[in-house]
Write a protein that binds this ligand. Structure first.
Ligand code: SAM
Length: 706
């Protein structure tokens, strides 16, 4: 090959691809590297395009294009070699195989750094190791050193957080940060952390140990929190190899609990190793005490392996919760492409006091699980998300449901192919990738009032935050309300929240800080005047009517689950015949009452009836809550029945209701009575967790009128 002509990288790759099998990228890269090394071709290498300088006198920073002197200096540095140790180990296992997550350009640890940073890091490491200080100080400095390696490597990119990728990867545009600056900054943060840790009472024992062989006594530990590897999603040992090489640690590959074909570990090996680890935890935990496991994987087979290991060790399942990651929680608004949810599930188990015999898992027919659990749950999730659900949303909800029902560890589940099930039972939306909707015949059976979509729930929760905190609130307040109310399968994604939030509120700045302010139209007192000018009013009113009927349907379901007969108001049923199926009483069974009282009762939105206990429930929406209160008070005035009164109110009208209860005439009407009220948002956030009537009543706000 002639060396006279310059060829850039893109054209070089094109040239090479024309000559070899395009699939063999690894070989191609190796070939190119060999050619570069042998001088057959000349690489242009890395070209600095911008630099940031901070002035030591005024402290200001500014950016500039590198000038001739800068380039000369960089070139000079390129010719130097680190004087002290630096890791040049190849990213390979001891058997000589390349890492499972290998990407071209990252053949060895030193290749992850620019020459300048390699030199700076090797000096820094040398200086730390040669300090005449206590070992613990040296260790803290080495911790700081290890924690800056990624920042100081060529993997660092502009505006990218720490290690966003699951492998070693160098992008064409990267940043070279100043090692000393990064070290100093990190050092200060570590000091802060150490101070905070020192203020905490208690002691800690840090073990660098195989989780399957703990140097701890039987029944000696009070609580375990553990975060095992998630199947094959992240290769933690590979990722820690860079730091291990700098610090001189051996990587204990054979003990890594992971799925990795290159290490010869399949899902069964992973499961076997997890069984050993969880048996060890079981041994050291005190009986009756708890263990929380955090896990994230979209594939059932890994969940299956995890649950199999935990239950086989002897643990009992207690509860599970889905949690959005903190980083996304705070950054979500600024994410240009919010993408998929990457939260974790936290599952709590208990070591039983009485050792129980591990029963053989019941033989459960897979078809039954699919038909009775997976498909109905999938339908609920699709409806919840307004008719369309992604693979992530479906898989998360279904996994949690299987977990709750104690089925996730069963052998039948292991080979479950969720995607295929979704394709069989739901309709894949064309051109949208992994998104499903219901089949047409299922849509025909469903009415709008049979479910409450997530966006309405989010809407009420946002409103509730404004009600509680005033018309200007922090995003954090809104998010924490939503994430503490809509749990597990219902946890919404960024976009879903943002869509609703933008409709009701607008971002503003107060004292240079971002807040959200309720739009004028959505402030009920002002709404009366604003309505005619808003084009979407009709749609909004229709939606509020629908909410009203949906809440009636939910209350009917709930009352029935508490063992009540259900009455649904005649006007409601007339307006929306779909409500008919939720009523279990077609005629009022309440006897020995006057005609007037009967007529009034017929108009009550929902009645929960048992011979010994009656609840009159009014569901408010756009109308003034006073009407419902007066209707219920009139019924009680006749003293013919003994009933309890509940008002369900949209979050946006809560203040109106409270004001109503303050009115002297209403107070008089209700004297001697106890009324309860509940907002839409509170009803929605707790309805799935209420097991009995008492729990429901405790959830309601209660006022006793003298
Ligand atoms: C999901 S990560 C935990 C991350 C950790 N919670 C954190 O925030 O840094 C799983 C960890 O398990 C470790 N691991 C894998 N096999 C292990 C074993 N046999 N004993 C102890 N730890 C192991 C991996 O090195 C990895 O750091």
């Amino acid at each position: 090959m002639e060396k006279t002509e310059k060829i850039d990288h893109v054209n070089l790759v094109r040239e090479v691809l024309m000559r070899v099998d395009a699939k063999r990228t690894e070989e191609i890269t190796r070939a190119i590297n060999e050619l570069l090394e042998e001088g057959e071709i000349v690489g242009i290498g890395e070209v600095p395009i911008r630099m940031r300088i901070s002035c030591p006198h005024c402290g200001k920073t500014y950016e500039k294009r590198p000038d001739e002197d800068d380039i000369k200096k960089i070139k000079e540095i390129e010719t130097l070699k680190p004087a002290y140790y630096y890791p040049a180990q190849e990213l390979k296992y001891p058997n000589g195989e390349r890492f499972y997550t290998y990407r071209p350009g990252t053949e060895s640890v030193d290749k992850l750094f620019t020459r300048r940073n390699l030199i700076a890091l090797s000096i820094l490491r040398h200086e730390i190791l040669n300090l005449k200080v206590k070992n613990e100080i040296k260790r803290a400095l080495l911790l700081c050193f290890a924690s800056i390696l990624y920042e100081c490597s060529k993997m660092k990119r502009r505006e990218a957080g720490s290690w966003g990728e699951k492998n070693y990867v160098i992008r064409p545009n990267f940043l070279e940060l100043n090692v000393l600056h990064v070290f100093n900054n990190r050092f200060n943060r570590i000091i802060e952390g150490k101070r905070e840790a020192n203020e905490l009472k208690g002691t800690g024992l840090f073990l660098c140990n195989d989780a399957r062989k703990l140097p701890l006594k039987d029944n000696s530990v009070d609580y375990v929190f553990t975060d095992p590897e998630y199947g094959e999603s992240i290769q933690y040992y590979e990722l820690s190899y860079m730091a291990s090489c700098w610090l001189g640690f051996e990587s204990d590959w054979k003990n890594e609990i992971v799925v990795n074909p290159k290490q010869g570990k399949d899902v069964y090996e992973y499961r076997r190793m997890l069984v050993e680890a969880f048996k060890e935890i079981y041994r050291v935990l005190k009986p009756g005490k708890y263990m929380t496991v955090t896990f994230h994987n979209r594939e059932i087979k890994y969940w299956n392996a995890l649950m199999y290991a935990i239950l086989n060790a002897g643990f009992e399942y207690v509860d599970a919760i889905y949690q959005m990651p903190q980083r996304e929680y705070t950054n979500w608004l600024y994410a240009r492409n919010p993408g998929e949810m990457r939260g974790d599930v936290y599952i709590t188990f208990r070591k039983p006091v009485e050792e129980r015999k591990i029963e053989d898992i019941d033989f459960i027919k897979l078809q039954k699980i699919i038909r009775n659990i997976i498909v109905p749950e999938g339908k609920r999730i699709i409806l919840l998300h307004g008719g369309f659900a992604t693979y992530e949303q479906l898989a998360r909800g279904i996994t949690l449901e299987l977990l709750r029902r104690g089925l996730l560890h069963s052998e039948e589940i292991e080979s479950l192919n969720l995607e295929r099930i979704f394709d069989d039972y739901f309709e894949r939306v064309k051109g949208k990738g992994k998104v499903w909707t219901l089949k047409k015949r299922d849509w025909n059976k469903i009415h709008d009032i049979d479910y409450i979509p997530l966006d309405r729930r989010i809407y009420w929760l946002i409103y509730a935050t404004f009600e509680e905190k005033g018309q200007v609130v922090k995003l954090d307040d809104i998010l924490s309300k939503i994430f503490t109310s809509l749990k597990n399968a219902k946890t919404p994604e960024h976009k879903e929240i943002l869509d609703v939030l933008k409709e009701i509120a607008e971002p503003i700045k107060k004292n240079e800080r971002p807040y959200w302010k309720l739009k004028q139209y959505y402030i009920p007192e002002l709404a009366e005047f604003e309505k005619p000018e808003i084009p979407k009013v009709k749609e909004k009113l229709k939606l509020e009517d629908l909410d009203h009927d949906r809440i009636i349907a939910e209350l009917a379901r709930l009352g029935k689950s508490f063992g009540f007969e259900i009455w649904i108001g005649e006007p409601e049923r007339r307006k929306n015949p779909a409500l008919e199926k939720y009523a279990t009483m077609k005629t009022l069974k309440i006897t020995s009452i006057s005609r007037t009282t009967r007529d009034r009762l017929r108009n009550v939105d929902v009645i929960w009836w048992k011979p010994e206990q009656i609840f009159l429930i009014e569901v408010e929406n756009t109308t003034n809550p006073r009407d419902g209160i007066i209707r219920m008070a009139n019924i009680m005035e006749a003293k013919e029945i003994n009933a309890e009164l509940i008002t369900i109110i949209p979050d946006s009208r809560l203040n109106e209701l409270r004001k109503c209860y303050e009115e002297p005439a209403i107070k008089k009407l209700l004297s001697g009575l106890t009324v309860r009220y509940l907002t839409y948002s509170k009803l929605m956030s707790s309805i799935d967790y209420v097991d009995n009537l008492n729990e429901f009543l405790e959830m309601c706000n209660k006022i006793k009128f003298q």
